[in-house]
Ligand binder design. Structure first.
Ligand code: SAH
Length: 466
């Protein structure tokens, strides 16, 4: 170990920075998280630095650094992006007793700044002695994902609550209490009611643990996104980490199910428009049966649970049985599909609204406001539209839609087997399923892939490799 990690007391101490550009700003963003008294020397400071100075967050001296400027400074950052100037300010500050860092110059620096995960007062510093900044960033991202955002607040409030928790027997009981607090009840309370909700949550949790009552059942309706596990939200990841039971749709990919806690029970509650399925009543019953045992149930739905997910029926089931629930939003298929073709769902010069439609509903093919949709420039994201392509096409043409309106079908959006088929309304395959589309597919009406639009606007039906 060539560098020894320590946490330096900087509250009320001076830290100097020489430089007024991007490099200085990057360091200042970190330094401003501390309680240090910061002085910046820059003849030509960036507006951001000027603003920080105006807000009283640092002292700005609008000239190059001189001898005497670093007196009493604990740390000095030479951040002028100019080797000669950096050497000069570093020498000045070192002579005046400061520890000196020359940004991006490991060799001539007395200390280096680690990658930081900030959950004040919990701070994680990651260093690789300059060997692999990429690795440090990856570790940081991993920890960021794992540590709840309010962890700092929780740690502060938890510390004050320590004497109370001593009411619990030492060992397992106390550990379980704190684990429940930091990774369950605490973040949830913070989320729902802010800092003020944490203390009551601690009290309630302590009361619960003291009487060793079984945990309160909870159902989290979690959006799993379109299939790529990297498109899961951090909250979805955490819910999967904590789940006792995961009741999932057929569209949930194995890669996502892998992320569930190893001990979790996985229940396939697949429901397919026209195929073998678990009825909604059965799914509701499953949720109740599992939640009754005090389990933490994750009801995992593809995309966003609030979009064509029959979420309300399941929520009403929870309400009817007095089961607590929460909703974790996810990335809906329409977002993933437009991302795949390099387009926006809305565009100033084209459409100021976008419709999310379903191809079929409980009654069969779903009726919509076809007249409005048939107007030039309209955009719709059609879910469950594989079998209803002919119906949709017929309705739109009947209401005067331009037969040349672009239509793009994105199958398996965000997954390794993603396919993009670009066509025109007039040429739309009547049954996309029969035409070989076996995966979930989203029909984007009124949108062509950006590449096609730009390079070959006259193209008719094509499979697009993007
Ligand atoms: N709640 C989901 C939609 C469920 S309805 C969401 O927000 O995305 C199921 C329909 O979603 C499928 O028939 C298909 O039209 C669409 N869909 C879901 N995942 C998809 C994917 N990866 N690629 C394309 N379409 C998808």
């Amino acid at each position: 170990m060539q560098h020894f990690p320590i946490f330096l007391a900087v509250a009320g101490r001076r830290v100097t920075v020489s430089g007024g550009g991007e490099t200085a700003i990057a360091k200042l963003r970190l330094l401003l998280k501390t309680e240090a008294r910061i002085t910046v020397f820059a003849a030509d400071p960036a507006p951001e630095i000027v603003r920080w100075a105006a807000d009283g967050r640092l002292t700005l001296v609008r000239r190059a650094m001189r001898a005497g400027d670093a007196i009493c400074a604990r740390l000095h950052y030479a951040a002028d992006d100019d080797a000669a100037e950096d050497r000069r300010t570093a020498a000045l500050a070192a002579a005046e007793g400061a520890l000196v860092n020359i940004v991006d110059n490991l060799e001539d620096s007395a200390f280096i700044t680690p990658a930081i995960v900030d959950r004040d007062p919990v701070t994680v510093a990651i260093g690789t002695e300059g060997a692999a900044p990429v690795l440090a960033r990856a570790i940081k991202a991993d920890l960021e994902a794992r540590l709840p955002h309010g962890l700092g607040i929780l740690a502060r409030l938890g510390k004050a609550f320590r004497p109370r928790a001593e009411a619990l027997p030492q060992g397992r009981a106390r550990r379980d209490f704190w684990a429940d607090f930091y990774f369950g009840a605490g973040p949830r309370a913070l989320d729902e009611s802010g800092e003020a909700g944490v203390e009551p949550a601690l009290e309630a949790l302590l009361a619960g643990h003291a009487t060793a009552r079984p945990r309160e059942a909870h159902v989290a309706f979690v959006g799993a996104g379109p299939g790529d596990p990297e498109l899961l939200t951090l909250k979805a990841r955490r819910a999967l980490d904590e789940a006792d039971v995961v009741i999932h749709d057929r569209l949930i990919t194995p890669a996502i199910l892998e992320l569930a806690r190893r001990e979790a029970v996985l229940v396939d509650a697949g429901k397919e428009g026209f195929g073998p399925s678990t009825s909604q009543a059965d799914i509701n019953a499953l949720i109740v049966a599992h939640a009754r045992d005090g389990a933490q149930v994750v009801r995992l739905k593809s995309g966003d649970a609030t979009v064509f997910g029959r979420l309300d029926e399941e929520i009403e089931t929870c309400l009817a049985h007095g089961i607590a629930y929460s909703i974790v939003p996810g990335i809906t298929a329409a977002s993933a599909a437009v991302a795949a073709i390099g387009q926006s769902l809305t565009k100033r010069t084209r459409n100021s609204s976008v419709r999310l439609l379903t191809g079929h509903d409980m009654q069969g093919f779903a009726e919509h406001d076809w007249r409005t949709l048939a107007r030039t420039g309209e955009v719709a994201a059609i879910y469950m539209g594989k079998k209803s392509a002919r119906f949709i096409q017929g309705r739109l043409l009947m209401h005067g839609a331009d037969p040349q309106t672009p239509v793009t079908i994105v199958e398996n959006a965000s997954r390794p087997d993603q396919r993009i088929l670009h066509t025109r309304l007039a040429d739309l395959e009547p049954d996309l399923g029969r035409a070989g589309m076996t995966g979930p597919a989203l029909v984007l009406y009124g949108l062509a892939p950006r590449a096609v639009e730009a390079l070959a606007p006259e193209l008719s039906t094509t499979e697009v490799a993007l």
